[in-house]
Design a protein around this ligand. Structure first.
Ligand code: BGC
Length: 778
C-alpha cells in the first residue's frame, strides 16, 4: 500500500457521460488517444487514397477475420489462409502463437498482396499474456483503476512482442447472475465501477499513443446485454428495456469508447428479439450516431452466421446482409462476408458505400496502430519481453489486492483467526487447489503456463519451512474417494492450523460456455470441508472461483473465509503474505454474494418494488403484514455479503454522511449537465481506523433518489476512493459531485436531472452507512 494511493481519488460523475474529464484528472499524464473518437484529418488523408485504389474484393477482404488456433465455437474448416492473404482476402487473423508465426503471415500480406495492406493480429489477452494477473473479476475486486491500467499495460507490452496488436478485451458486460460463467471475465454488477474499470483497461492497452510499438488496440465487448442471459445460461436471449439498457448496461461501453477504445465486439445474444450482431438500434443509432464511434465493430465468433440459428436469416447471404447493414464491420470466422458481400453489392442489396465505411474504419485502426510503418514484430526481443521482474511484482501486488476477506471470526486465542502468527506451528494445507498451478491461471489464460505459477503449498513451504507444512489433496475438484478424504482428515489431525483450498475448475466451470445451475462446491468438496471442520482445528477456507459460491454451511461453521478468485501466476506468494498479515486484505466484492441460487439474478442496485419487505427474517413466520411482500418464503432477500463488502485486519468506523448543501435546483443542474467540470456538491464523512494495523479502505459513495419519473435503484454507486489509514487515524473523506451523479434516464428515455428527494451514503459497502439528505427542487 503506497502512500500515493491515499491521493488516488476517483470521483466520477454518473453513468452515461462517463467521465473523460475525471479519468484525466486521475492520470494526468495519460492522454486518451482521440483519433478514433473524433475526426482526424491526418488519418483520413491516408485512408481515402488507399480506399480509392481498392477493388470490391479487396475491400471485402479487409472485413474478414479468421482464427489460426484454438476454436471457441464452430469453425470454417479453412486452412488456406496464406493463399487468401496473398489475394488480399483477409483483414485480420487471431490466435497466432509467436512473433515468428505472425511475421510469417504478415510477410505474405505486405510483400505478396497487391496493395501490401498489413494484417491486424488479434488474441484474447484477457488478464495478461504470459504474466497472468488475477481473472478480471479479481482485478475488479481491487477497486483500483491504477492497478488495472498497469496490468493492461504489461499485457500490451507482452502481446505486442509476439506481434499481437489487438486484444479482445475489456469485457464490460454487467453481470448480475452468478450462474453465468462469464461473470469471471467481468467487472461485476455495477455500471459506475464497471465504467471506471473499462476505461482503465483501455488506457492501459492503448497507452498514450496507439502507434507506439508496445500499444495494442482494445476491443470492448460484448455489445450489448450479453450478461443478462436468461437463467444465466450462456448465449441465451435477453430482454432489457431501453431504460435499463441505457442506465445500467451501456455506460461501461460508453466509458471505454470515451477512453479511446479502437474497436468493439458485437455479441451473441438476441436483445428484445433482435440479435445484437444485426441490431441497428444498438450498433448504428447508439454507437455511431449518439456516441460518434469511428472505430471497428467486429462480430463475435461466428455471431454473423448464428443469425440463421436465431431465425432472422434463412441463408448465409441474408445473414451477411443484415449484419453489415446493421453496422457490423468485420465478420469473425463465419466466412459469410467473404462468401457473399461482393455479390450482395453487385446485386444492389448492399450499397457499396456501406462497405466503404466499414473498410475506412478498419484502415483507420491499422494506420493508427502504425502497422503500415512497422508491420513486423521483432523476433529477437520476444523472449525478453515476457515475465519481466516488474511484471511479476505487479502480478503479485494485483493478486494481494484482489482477495476479499469474507469472514474472520475468533480463532483459538479469542482473537480473529487471521492473520496467522509467524509462530503458527504446523500448518496443513488441504484440498484439490492447494498445490494447483493450472487453475490458478484462470480461464482465457492466453500464454500463461503452469510452470510460471507458484502454488499455495510451495509458497507456504518457502515461508515456514518444509518441516512445518503438511499437505493433503482430500479430493479432486469434481471427484474424490473415501480414502482421499480419510487421509486428509488424518493429516489435519496432526496440524495446528488448517488451510483449505477449495473451489471450481477454472477452465471447465468458469468462463465461456460454463454456466452452472448449482453454485455449491463441486464434487465431494463440501463433504471434505465438513469432515475437516469436524476435527475441531482452526480452519481458514480459501475459495478459488470465477463467481460467488452459495456456501451457507461454510459461512456459519468456518471461522475464516477468503475469496481468492483465480489469482494468476503469483497466487501462492500473494496468498501467503495475506494469510500472515504482511499484506492486509483490501479487496471488495463487485458482485452481490448470494445465499441461494434461487436469488439470482441478485444485485444491490435493484428497484424498491411496490411491496418492499420490512423484514425477511425467516425465523419468524410471516404475519398478515409481511406475507404479501416481495420476498421468498424459504430464503432471505438479502445477499450473504453485499456488493462493496470486504473485511480487513483492522476495524473501521464511519461517521454520518454530511453535505455542503441541502437544496439544489433541477433546471440549474440540467443546464450544467454535460459539463464534466461543473461541481455542484460536496459530500463528506469521517472515517476512523479503530484497530491496531494500518489499512487501505475503499470508501464508497451511494445515492438514492425518490420522486423521479422512473423508479430508481434503492442505492447506486456514484464514487469511490481508496484511502490509507494508520492505526487510530481519522480522515475526512470528501466527494465532489457533478450533475451527472444526480442524473437519471427518465420516462422519456432522456438523460436529465429531475426534482427528487436524495439520500447520500458514504459507507464501507452497499448495505451500511448513515445517509445525508437533500432535495432537488424543479
Ligand atoms: C468469445 C469472445 C472471444 C472470441 C474470440 C468468442 O467465443 O465470446 O469473447 O473474444 O471468441 O476468441
Amino acid at each position: 500500500m503506497k502512500a500515493s494511493r491515499s491521493a488516488l481519488r476517483f470521483v466520477l460523475s454518473a453513468c452515461l457521460v462517463l467521465p473523460l474529464a475525471a479519468v484525466k484528472a486521475q492520470t494526468a499524464a495519460a492522454v486518451a488517444p482521440q483519433y478514433l473518437g473524433v475526426a482526424d484529418p491526418a488519418l483520413d488523408a491516408r485512408v481515402e487514397p488507399l480506399l480509392r485504389t481498392m477493388t470490391l474484393d479487396e475491400k471485402v477482404g479487409q472485413l474478414v477475420v479468421y482464427s489460426t488456433g484454438q476454436p471457441t465455437g464452430p469453425g470454417t474448416g479453412r486452412t488456406d489462409y496464406e493463399d487468401m492473404i496473398a489475394k488480399g482476402q483477409i483483414g485480420a487473423l487471431f490466435n497466432t502463437t509467436d512473433a515468428r508465426d505472425a511475421n510469417k503471415y504478415q510477410r505474405i500480406a505486405v510483400e505478396k498482396s497487391r496493395l501490401h495492406i498489413p494484417i491486424l493480429f488479434g488474441l484474447d489477452v484477457i488478464h495478461g499474456l504470459r504474466t497472468e494477473f488475477p481473472i478480471p473479476l479479481g482485478l475488479a475486486s481491487t477497486w483500483d483503476t491504477e492497478i488495472v491500467e498497469k496490468a493492461a499495460r504489461v499485457a500490451a507490452r507482452e502481446s505486442s512482442a509476439i506481434g499481437v496488436r489487438w486484444t479482445f478485451s475489456p469485457m464490460v458486460d454487467i453481470s448480475r447472475d452468478a450462474r453465468w460463467g462469464r461473470m469471471a471475465e467481468s467487472a461485476g454488477e455495477d455500471p459506475f465501477l464497471g465504467s471506471a474499470i473499462a476505461a482503465a483497461y483501455v488506457r492501459g492497452y492503448q497507452g498514450s499513443r496507439l502507434d507506439a510499438h508496445d500499444s495494442i488496440a482494445a476491443c470492448v465487448k460484448h455489445y450489448v446485454g450479453y450478461g443478462a442471459a436468461e437463467g444465466g445460461r450462456d448465449y441465451n436471449s435477453t430482454e432489457i428495456s431501453e431504460h435499463t439498457l441505457r442506465q445500467f448496461y451501456l455506460p461501461p461501453f460508453r466509458a471505454a469508447i470515451d477512453a479511446g477504445s479502437a474497436t468493439l465486439m458485437s455479441a451473441f445474444n438476441s436483445l428484445n428479439g433482435i440479435p445484437t450482431s444485426a441490431n441497428p438500434f444498438t450498433l448504428k443509432q447508439i454507437l455511431r450516431k449518439e456516441w460518434g464511434f469511428r472505430g471497428i465493430a467486429d462480430s463475435d465468433w461466428t455471431s454473423v452466421g448464428e443469425l440463421i440459428a436465431h431465425g432472422i436469416a434463412n441463408d448465409g447471404a441474408t445473414a451477411a446482409r443484415k449484419a453489415i447493414l446493421a453496422g457490423v464491420d468485420m465478420d469473425m470466422v463465419s466466412s459469410l462476408y467473404h462468401d457473399h458481400l461482393a455479390r450482395l453489392v453487385q446485386n444492389g442489396q448492399v450499397p457499396e458505400s456501406e462497405i466503404d465505411e466499414s473498410v475506412r474504419r478498419v484502415l483507420r485502426v491499422k494506420f493508427a496502430l502504425g502497422l503500415f510503418e512497422h508491420p513486423y514484430a521483432d523476433e529477437t526481443k520476444e523472449a525478453a519481453a515476457m515475465l519481466r521482474p516488474e511484471h511479476i511484482q505487479l502480478a503479485r501486488e494485483a493478486a494481494e489486492r484482489s482477495f476479499v476477506l469474507l469472514k474472520n471470526s475468533a480463532g483459538p486465542r479469542g482473537a480473529p483467526l487471521l492473520p496467522l502468527s509467524q509462530s503458527v506451528g504446523i500448518v496443513a494445507v488441504i484440498g484439490p487447489l492447494a498445490s494447483d498451478t493450472t487453475n490458478m491461471l484462470g480461464s482465457w489464460s492466453a500464454q500463461g503456463k503452469p510452470e510460471d505459477v507458484i502454488s499455495l503449498q510451495s509458497a507456504l513451504t518457502a515461508k515456514i519451512g518444509k518441516e512445518n507444512v503438511l499437505y493433503g489433496k482430500g479430493s479432486g475438484i469434481t471427484d474424490g474417494s473415501d480414502q482421499e478424504i480419510e487421509d486428509a482428515v488424518a493429516t489435519a489431525r496432526k496440524a495446528d492450523v488448517l488451510i483449505l483450498a477449495l473451489g471450481e475448475n477454472a477452465y471447465e466451470m468458469t468462463g465461456e460456455g460454463s454456466s452452472r445451475a448449482k453454485l455449491g462446491l463441486p464434487g465431494r468438496q463440501q463433504e471434505l470441508l465438513e469432515k475437516i471442520v469436524a476435527t475441531g482445528k482452526p480452519v481458514v477456507l480459501i475459495l478459488f472461483s470465477g463467481r460467488p459460491l452459495t456456501l451457507p454451511w461454510a459461512f456459519e461453521h468456518v471461522p475464516a473465509v477468503m475469496a481468492a478468485w483465480f489469482p494468476g501466476i503469483q497466487a501462492g506468494p500473494a496468498l501467503v503474505s495475506t494469510l500472515f498479515g504482511e499484506s492486509n486484505p483490501s479487496g471488495r466484492l463487485v458482485v452481490s454474494w448470494p445465499r441461494s441460487v434461487g436469488q439470482e439474478p441478485l444485485y444491490y442496485n435493484a428497484l424498491n418494488t411496490g411491496r418492499p419487505p420490512g423484514t425477511t427474517d425467516l425465523t419468524r413466520p410471516p404475519d398478515r403484514n409481511s406475507k404479501y411482500m416481495s420476498r421468498y418464503i424459504d430464503e432471505q432477500n438479502t445477499p450473504q455479503f453485499p456488493f462493496g463488502y470486504g473485511l480487513s485486519y483492522t476495524t473501521l468506523r464511519y461517521g454520518p454522511t454530511t453535505t455542503s448543501i441541502r437544496q439544489l435546483n433541477a433546471s440549474d443542474l440540467n443546464a450544467a449537465l454535460h459539463d464534466g467540470q461543473h461541481k455542484v456538491l460536496t459530500v463528506s464523512a469521517q472515517v476512523t481506523n479503530t484497530g491496531t494495523r494500518a489499512a487501505e479502505e475503499t470508501v464508497q459513495l451511494y445515492i438514492g433518489l425518490r420522486g423521479t419519473s422512473t423508479a430508481q435503484p434503492v442505492r447506486a454507486l456514484k464514487g469511490f476512493q481508496k484511502i490509507t489509514l494508520a492505526a487510530g487515524e481519522t480522515k475526512n473523506v470528501s466527494f465532489t459531485l457533478t450533475p451527472e451523479a444526480l442524473a437519471i434516464w427518465n420516462d422519456q428515455n432522456q438523460y436529465a436531472v429531475e426534482a427528487a428527494q436524495v439520500k447520500l451514503w458514504i459507507s464501507p459497502d452497499s448495505a451500511q452507512g448513515t445517509p445525508a439528505e437533500l432535495e432537488i427542487v424543479p
